[in-house]
Design a protein around this ligand. Structure first.
Ligand SMILES: *[C@@H]1O[C@H](CO)[C@@H](O)[C@H](O)[C@H]1NC(C)=O
Ligand SMILES: *[C@@H]1O[C@H](CO)[C@@H](O)[C@H](O)[C@H]1NC(C)=O
Length: 270
């Protein structure tokens, strides 16, 4: 009874803390590409990346993380974003690196963005999945992030898991669990491949292209509010199946041409 009360109180105070303090992006991140194309504003609480004919731009976190619930709210390039790529990812350094990717592929006005994700573990990638989103990601801020534990990685869009990569080390599949990762984002010209396979090029008359960021947050899994973080919950599985059924347009696991024999994690994570 007593401990229940105190735990409740602890969770309550933690919530207030998280609500109250949105993060100063200018303290957490440094410009990694084109300082004159990156803008911090609202007292450092917001950040904008710009792409024009002269340059793209990017930033990287000052800290590195090993496990955690790591999120950023992003409003993607509005209007005609065809050919632009907004990459947002976690990555370790050096050879045999680990990396968790979100790549937002722009489109012509009114046509849907594609969100491509990928997982690298010990240098091994080639695990692309692609989905459409169930909302227009240029109208409002939405949260994009990962819940990364020793057991699994969930790619999250708001409160919806869009992808799971579980730890199948026992089956010989490398898993990101030893290398701390930084958080990165960049906005660049990907028009040789991004939109309709590279058919639609950037229309520079619509530049500058601008993506906006706010409310970066990292929760260590230790303080993740008493949930059992070891298992993917049945609620999360349900949402994931909803995404796969309705919004998935490519999955490396089903690409028979590329992988006549699907990689081992495929049969175990479906
Ligand atoms: C862009 O829109 C076209 C037409 O709706 C669609 O086929 C394509 O998947 C969309 N996204 C990208 C990144 O090409
Ligand atoms: C900021 O992010 C945290 C964690 O993702 C979330 O709980 C909170 O509601 C967000 N705040 C705003 C103002 O959106």
């Amino acid at each position: 009874m007593g401990s229940f009360f105190y735990r409740g109180f602890f969770v309550f105070s933690l919530l207030i803390l998280l609500e109250g303090a949105t993060c100063r992006l200018d303290k957490e991140f440094s410009v990694s590409w084109a300082v004159d194309h990156v803008r911090f504003f609202k007292g450092g609480h917001k950040l904008q990346l710009t792409l024009d004919q002269n340059s793209g731009s990017g930033f990287s976190s000052k800290n590195k993380y090993l496990f955690g619930n790591i999120n950023m709210q992003i409003k993607l390039v509005p209007g005609d974003s065809a050919g632009t790529v907004t990459a947002y990812y976690l990555s370790s350094e050096g050879s045999n690196h680990d990396e968790l990717d979100f790549e937002f592929l722009g489109n012509k006005s009114g046509e849907p963005y594609v969100l491509q994700t990928n997982v690298y573990a010990s240098g091994q990638g080639d695990r692309e999945q692609r989905i459409y989103l169930w909302f227009d990601p240029t109208k409002h801020f939405h949260s994009y992030g990962v819940i990364w534990t020793a057991q699994h990685i969930l790619f999250m869009v708001d409160s919806v898991p869009i992808r799971v990569f579980r730890n199948h080390k026992a089956a010989g599949v490398a898993y990101p669990e030893k290398q701390a990762m930084g958080v990165y984002s960049s906005l660049w010209n990907g028009d040789n491949w991004a939109t309709q396979g590279g058919l639609v090029k950037i229309d520079w008359s619509h530049a500058p292209f601008v993506a906006t960021y706010r409310n970066f947050s990292v929760q260590s899994m230790a303080e993740s509010m008493g949930e059992d973080v070891r298992a993917v919950s049945s609620e999360q599985w349900k949402k994931l199946q909803w995404v796969k059924k309705n919004f998935m347009i490519y999955n490396y696991c089903n690409d028979k041409q590329r992988y006549p024999l699907p990689p081992p994690e495929c049969s175990m994570d479906m």
